[in-house]
Design a protein around this ligand. Structure first.
Ligand code: 6PG
Length: 235
């Protein structure tokens, strides 16, 4: 297993470097094969998705999934699906059968069971795998919606989990560690001074849900200079 690659980009170049890194993999693929892109939510990736929508990409055979979702309707302001739809999906040609949002059903558990079934059908036999998993990092070190000191940290033999994080964050849907580890490439995109402690804790002290998380083939941490401020590793 290769060690994670850590790239520190100037804050002013972060979006550009993130876009270049995604495009290298999107455009370097075999067009005849399905390419499974797992999107991250939150605010960091929005600008990257907006640039991706304008980039010269062939979207043929690209399937879009999400690493996590808020348990809200797809048209809710907090929805990761809605953010990706507005920033990217409604601006590119992607047939609906290649877009795989988390289903928002009667309970988070049912939504997760359904997405686990879909993920198992797509990736269970190992023929195909998530090709590129985009991930963020919270100030508290969470990634996807695997939050510290919650039941989401348990290793469970399913790819998707639904639970209530706490009274403030409410119910969330997330890939489990097993689900995340299906990925060939994990690309963590972390920007901002408020993340610097979480980045150092994760990458240098091995603390937090994202510590040790690696793709099957490649793990890249693209961190801007602000979020890298507390890193002592050789950059
Ligand atoms: C979500 C994300 C989450 C996000 C981090 C960082 O649903 O919010 O998937 O894991 O990546 O919370 O969020 P920001 O990019 O907004 O800092």
């Amino acid at each position: 297993m290769e060690r994670p690659k850590i790239e520190v980009a100037p804050a002013s170049r972060f979006v550009e470097r993130a876009l270049e890194t995604v495009l290298e993999r999107l455009n370097g693929r075999k067009l005849a094969k399905p390419f499974h892109l797992f999107l991250s939510g939150g605010s960091t990736p929005k600008a990257i998705y907006e640039r991706l929508a304008e980039a010269p990409v062939s979207w043929v055979n690209v399937h879009v999934w999400w690493g996590d979702e808020r348990f809200v309707p797809h048209d809710h302001p907090d929805s990761n699906y809605r953010m990706a739809y507005e920033a990217l999906l409604h601006r590119i040609e992607l047939p609906s059968w290649q877009v795989h949002p988390w289903p928002i059903l009667s309970t988070p558990e049912l939504s997760a069971e359904t997405y686990h079934r879909d993920l198992s059908r797509a990736f269970g036999d190992g023929e195909e795998a998530p090709d590129l998993q985009l991930l963020g990092l919270g100030d508290d070190g969470h990634t996807a919606s695997i939050f510290p000191e919650t039941s989401a940290l348990e290793n469970r033999p399913v790819y998707a989990y639904g639970y209530t994080v706490d009274r403030i964050l409410g119910p969330r849907l997330t890939l489990t560690f097993a689900g995340l580890r299906l990925s060939r490439t994990m690309l963590f995109l972390v920007k901002g001074r408020q993340k610097s402690q979480a980045v150092a804790d994760t990458l240098e002290h091995g603390e937090g849900p994202a510590a040790g998380l690696q793709g099957k083939e490649e793990t890249i941490w693209l961190v801007d200079s602000e979020a890298a401020a507390d890193l002592t590793l050789e950059k």
